[in-house]
Design a protein around this ligand. Structure first.
Ligand code: CP
Length: 305
């Protein structure tokens, strides 16, 4: 049972059948991911983890996924301790690391870097985030989390809230969720709207997408509220960041107007856009979403390696 692609560069590169295959595989890994059942499925396999940008969840969940399946990892989290610091190109780094392992997970600040890596690599490349580009394994775990909560990834009303300009997770999720006939509400502060090319592209494909600045007005309609932080590190001007940084906050008072089975997701890390009082409410599913990242990445590794 293989995927139609060797590399996971963007969600667009996956067919609906690929997505279903990944999700049915992921369902099988729950006990192994919790450490309740041993596995040697990927014994002897080595995953290269090349992180040129900080990460907690993506890096550690990939490491956890392969180790729970009996494999191991090599890699770096700080490019300054690799020969990149001496000026080695990404292409040469990939051509080297592919000689040491069976698949590479790459996070890099430059958009298009994962595609470039896949062009020079003979082993699978999994994009773990390329600047403001794509983060397809996050998109898969987001959709998988929706499926776990609603039993389906179709015909839902999904609100994407926050920094929709710089947030790569929401770009990928907008394409992915609308492919499955969900109605999208894109809600942002002024200046951080979903890029026009994405909105227009989705509208031209006949997908339902509604732009809004008013969360209170949209919230009662939603099945899923997908919150993202403002991406401070992508602002070149600190004063521009300060203007928008407190523009939305999810708290229990606000959630009183939500449907009782509405669910809040967040790719994390959060800063202060969801107040801690929400964490123990029935709405909060973002830490379950973190666990879903392990089973989805186990599924990907088992299908690709
Ligand atoms: N959601 C996500 O990509 O988190 P990290 O940046 O911690 O990997």
């Amino acid at each position: 049972m293989k995927l139609t692609t060797q590399d996971i560069i963007s969600f667009k590169g996956l067919t609906n059948e690929d997505v279903e295959k990944i999700f049915s595989e992921a369902d099988k890994f729950e006990k192994i991911a919790k450490g309740e059942k041993p596995s040697e499925l990927l014994k002897g396999k080595i995953l290269g983890t090349l992180f040129f940008e900080p990460s907690t969840r993506t890096k550690l969940s990939f490491k956890s996924a392969i180790q729970r399946l009996g494999g191991s990892t090599i890699g770096f989290s700080r490019p300054e301790v690799s020969s990149v610091a001496k000026g080695e190109t990404l292409a040469d780094t990939i051509r080297t690391v592919e000689k040491y392992c069976d698949a590479i997970v790459l996070r890099h600040p430059q958009m298009g870097s994962a595609k470039l890596a896949a062009e020079v690599s003979k082993i699978p490349i999994l994009n773990a985030g390329d600047g403001a580009g794509h983060h397809p394994t996050q998109t898969l775990l987001d959709l998988y989390s929706i499926r776990k909560n609603f039993g389906s990834i179709r015909d839902l009303q999904i609100g994407l809230l926050g920094d929709l300009k710089y947030g790569r997770t929401v770009h990928s999720l907008a394409y992915a969720a609308s492919r499955f006939e969900n109605k999208l509400y894109v809600i942002s502060p002024e200046g951080l709207e979903m890029p026009n090319e994405i909105v227009n592209d989705l509208k031209n494909k006949g997908r339902e997408i509604i732009e809004s600045y008013d969360l209170k007005e949209v919230l009662p309609k939603l099945d899923v509220l997908y919150v993202t932080r403002i991406q401070k590190e992508r602002f070149s001007d600190a004063s521009e960041y300060n203007k928008v940084k407190d523009s939305y906050k999810i708290n229990l008072e606000l959630l009183e107007s939500a449907k009782s089975n509405m669910r809040v997701l967040h790719p994390l890390p959060r800063i202060d856009e969801i107040e801690p009082e929400v964490d123990s409410s029935k709405y909060a599913k973002y830490f379950d979403q973190v666990f879903n990242g392990v089973v989805v990445r186990m599924a990907l590794l088992s299908l690709l390696m």
